[in-house]
Design a protein around this ligand. Structure first.
Ligand SMILES: [Zn+2]
Ligand SMILES: [Zn+2]
Length: 169
C-alpha cells in the first residue's frame, strides 16, 4: 500500500517506503495507463516543521500506441519525485500552491495520487515506434511496415489532396 503512517513519521522524523505497484492495481483505473511491469516506488518522507516532504524516484515501463501504426511502444518510466504535503490547507488551496494537502493528525498519508500524477506526467499520450514507421494505409488500414497493402503504392505525393477536397466540397 502506498500509505505512510504519520504517527510513526512524527516519532521517527523520517520514513522510507519501497513498493512495487502491479499493473492491475485499482489505482490505475480510469487513467488509461497500461504498465508492462510493476511500478517501482522508492520514496522517503521527512518532516519539515508542520509539513512533510516526500522525495525519491519511480521506475517502470508503460505501453503506448504508436500514433502512426498503433503498435505497442514501450516507454521507460524513470522519474525523480519531490513533493510537499502542507498542513492546514484544503484541496483548492493546495492545488493553487502546487502542493498536496497533509491529512489531519492520526490519519495515514495516501501517496497514490502523487504517484499516479507523476506517472501520467512521465508517460506521453502517444509515441512513434520508429522514425521510419510508415504507419497504416489511409484507404485500407493495412500496416505499411509489413509491405505494400492491396491498394498498391501509397499516394506519397498528395499535394493535390486539398484541391481535390475543395472540388468535392
Ligand atoms: Zn509505428
Ligand atoms: Zn491500402
Amino acid at each position: 500500500m502506498l500509505e505512510l503512517d504519520l504517527g510513526r513519521l512524527e516519532r521517527d522524523g523520517k520514513l522510507r517506503l519501497d513498493e512495487a505497484v502491479p499493473p492491475d492495481d485499482p489505482m490505475w483505473q480510469g487513467t488509461g495507463l497500461s504498465l508492462s511491469r510493476p511500478l517501482g516506488v522508492h520514496l522517503e518522507a521527512q518532516r519539515a516543521g508542520p509539513d512533510v516532504v516526500v522525495r525519491g524516484a519511480i521506475e517502470g515501463e508503460a505501453a503506448v500506441s504508436c500514433r502512426r501504426c498503433l503498435r505497442d511502444v514501450r516507454v521507460a518510466i524513470d522519474e525523480d519525485v519531490a513533493a510537499l504535503f502542507r498542513s492546514g490547507v484544503d484541496r483548492a488551496e493546495a492545488e493553487e500552491e502546487e502542493v498536496y494537502p497533509l491529512p489531519a493528525r492520526g490519519r495515514d498519508l495516501d501517496l497514490r495520487e502523487l504517484v499516479r500524477e507523476q506517472v501520467l506526467l512521465a508517460v506521453p499520450p502517444y509515441a512513434v515506434c520508429s522514425e521510419a514507421c510508415r504507419g497504416l494505409c489511409p484507404r485500407c488500414g493495412g500496416n505499411l511496415n509489413e509491405g505494400e497493402c492491396a491498394c498498391g503504392e501509397p499516394d506519397v505525393d498528395d499535394r493535390w489532396g486539398p484541391l481535390r477536397k475543395l472540388k468535392l466540397d
